[in-house]
Design a protein around this ligand. Structure first.
Ligand SMILES: Cc1cc2nc3c(=O)[nH]c(=O)nc-3n(C[C@H](O)[C@H](O)[C@H](O)COP(=O)(O)O)c2cc1C
Length: 163
């Protein structure tokens, strides 16, 4: 799929089929994430955790009444180590958006997730299961899987032109 088509077709998918994504598609999505811009080029301060283990996914689901990652079969957590420049959120968002667009281009459903991060950080057992190296903190979640339906929407943001 061409880039502008993927940008147009990306939407927050909140209903996933009970079917895992292909390893090859996962690799492409991870590669897209890694190609994202990161402040000062500090890629070593970023970490990506791919969760496909059903037991762990169930534990995260059970943190709330409903699954805050909508039972996506692949949950990716983007973590960062703060190097004192406070760019961890921006960096993680850049990585996440590349992944969302790559997933869309591959015909997959995806969603940017913030809520799941707060819940994981509050739960020491689950946080430990992420096995993050010292200093790394989860920042953004991305849910990926086969979408149950599609949804085309257009968003508008006000633009001021200064010419
Ligand atoms: C920073 C950020 C945090 C978000 N967190 C969540 C979330 O926790 N749960 C959720 O369902 N959607 C979340 N979203 C998705 C937005 O609600 C969604 O992108 C927005 O409503 C526009 O819809 P669209 O993605 O379908 O175009 C988040 C998006 C962003 C950029």
């Amino acid at each position: 799929m061409e880039l502008f088509e993927a940008i147009e077709k990306r939407f927050s998918n909140r209903k996933f089929l009970d079917k895992q994504i292909k390893d090859d598609d996962l690799r492409k999505i991870l590669k897209a994430g890694m190609q994202a811009p990161v402040g000062r080029g500090k890629y070593e301060d970023m970490r990506i955790t791919v969760i496909q283990n059903q037991e762990l996914l169930d534990k995260i689901t059970n943190l709330e009444e409903r699954s805050v990652f909508y039972n996506a079969p692949t949950l990716i957590i983007i973590s960062a180590r703060d190097d004192g420049h406070g760019l961890d959120k921006e960096n993680s968002a850049c990585v996440a958006e590349n992944m969302l667009l790559a997933a869309t281009a591959l015909g997959l459903g995806s969603i940017y997730l913030n809520l799941v991060i707060g819940l994981i950080k509050e739960n020491k057992d689950i946080l430990n299961e992420l096995n993050l190296p010292e200093g790394f903190v989860p920042i953004v979640g991305v849910g990926i899987g086969y979408a149950d339906g599609s949804h085309i929407r257009e968003h508008l943001i006000d633009v001021d032109y200064i010419k």
